[in-house]
Design a protein around this ligand. Structure first.
Ligand code: RTP
Ligand code: MG
Length: 136
């Protein structure tokens, strides 16, 4: 059974020229790209995307960061795609949580600038794909 997940290569990942690296890892894992676009997120989309974090101390900085430059939004498909991409990404804190060999573990230093996003559940994936790719 195939499922879909929403992946973002955040503005730090684009700025650091890690787009090819991240897409390569997705492809080498065996996952399939079904949508892919470079764009700058509006505050509206970013706020909706991170609505669960509204009110938290890092929320304002997070929105500023996510809207602060071009990012890559993608829909990725495959068996257990949601968990598979979270595994590729590694834990939220690139030093304390992400394993070496994961995207965040290999390339990240700070929790806010952790390079990628992947939906964390089927409900999140549906909601986020609808938000970033309403035509899908
Ligand atoms: P994401 O939603 O971006 O895939 O990351 P996640 O599930 O691993 O982590 P989440 O708890 O949803 O946090 C969302 C994003 O907010 C930033 N953050 N900064 N400074 C901080 O303490 C802090 N905590 C979270 C990160 O960019 C994180 O990915
Ligand atoms: Mg999250």
């Amino acid at each position: 059974m195939s499922e879909r997940t929403l992946v973002l290569i955040k503005p730090d990942g684009v700025r650091r020229a890690l787009v090819g690296e991240v897409l390569s890892r997705i492809e080498r894992k065996g996952l399939t790209l079904v949508a892919l676009e470079l764009r700058t997120a509006t505050t509206e989309v970013a706020a909706a995307h991170y609505a669960e974090h509204e009110g938290k101390p890092f929320y304002d900085g997070l929105l500023e960061f996510i809207t602060g430059g071009p990012l890559v939004a993608a829909v990725v498909e495959g068996p257990r795609a949601i968990a598979a991409f979270r595994q590729l990404a590694g834990g939220t804190d690139p030093v304390e949580k992400a394993a070496t060999g994961s995207i965040r573990g290999d390339f990240g230093l700070e929790t806010q600038f952790n390079l990628v996003h992947g939906s964390d559940s089927t409900a999140s994936a549906e909601r986020e794909i609808g938000l970033w790719f309403p035509s899908l």
